[in-house]
Write a protein that binds this ligand. Structure first.
Ligand SMILES: [Zn+2]
Length: 274
């Protein structure tokens, strides 16, 4: 075990306190960590932040590394990542819906280093990523957390209309095959080399997309995602209100005049050529 308060000179902070609540930069702390796990974390941070267009952050907040409880945290071999703070930009994991591209860019590179990554859509992990090395890096169709990630990037990065439920089936497999063909990656995804290549290219595509301007159409999509998560009692009224807004003659004229999204194909071509 080692005691650290930074990784690769990036200060590690704790922000789950009354005076330093979740989502703030918090305060720097010492954390106990297994020495071998620290090396994996250093390599992962190195790759994430050298690939990220925002560069090296000023602060990373963590909910903990060694925690006196059963499981990987009890050995100092798991890390909970709450948020990342750059000079002018912040990624708070709970804000996933509004920062999908940046979030999925970071996660794609984390997955190259950690066999276990639990994200926003995994139960009880809306407000942090849990990463550990208790299983090897690969893609297993039966893995809920890996399939959630796959479905999230198919939908939010590659624009495929897939249902995000963590269960792999014909729909997920079909869209995966289409995307792999488009990216010139051999199938199946269950072969480690193919999966690593997918993670690498997807991380780069997601980061590139995160640099583009957000259009009102994307903001509308975010709103729809938020409405989908509302309790059933409120969902109907809010959806009706949104629908009448969108269907209004003036708003629909305005929305129809907005060109959709980023040009995904040119972003993919750019990444494949680099
Ligand atoms: Zn954890």
């Amino acid at each position: 075990m080692k005691s650290i308060n930074a990784i690769n000179n990036i200060p590690l902070h704790y922000a789950r306190l009354v005076n330093h609540p979740y989502g703030t930069r918090g305060e720097q702390r010492q954390f106990s960590i297994d020495s071998n796990f620290l090396e994996v974390l250093k390599n992962a941070f190195d790759e994430v932040f050298s690939s990220c267009p925002l560069g090296i952050p000023e602060v990373v907040t963590t909910a903990g590394i060694f925690v006196n409880k059963p499981g990987q945290h009890g050995h100092g071999t798991a890390f909970d990542l709450d948020a990342i703070f750059w000079t002018n930009e912040t990624l708070v994991t709970k804000n996933f819906i509004h920062q999908k591209e940046l979030y999925l860019g970071v996660e794609s590179f984390l997955r190259k280093h950690f066999g276990i990554v639990l994200n926003y859509n995994y139960p009880n992990h809306q407000d942090h990523w849990h990463v550990d090395t208790s299983v090897p890096v690969d893609y297993n169709e039966a893995s809920k957390s890996e399939t959630l990630y796959l479905q999230m990037v198919l939908k939010h990065i590659y624009g495929k209309p897939v249902i995000i439920d963590g269960l792999s089936g014909p729909q997920t497999r079909g869209h995966t095959k289409d995307v792999f063909d488009r990216l010139n990656i051999n199938t199946p995804i269950t072969t480690k080399a193919n999966y690593l290549k997918f993670l690498d290219i997807t991380g780069k595509v997601a980061f590139k997309l995160s640099e583009e301007n957000i259009t009102p159409l994307q903001l509308l999509e975010n709103l729809e995602t938020v409405i989908d998560q509302l309790p059933a009692a409120n969902k109907h009224d809010v959806r009706e209100a949104l629908n009448s807004f969108v269907d209004n003659d003036e708003t629909s004229t305005w929305l129809n005049g907005i060109t959709h999204h980023h040009d995904l194909d040119s972003v993919i071509d750019h990444v494949l050529a680099s």
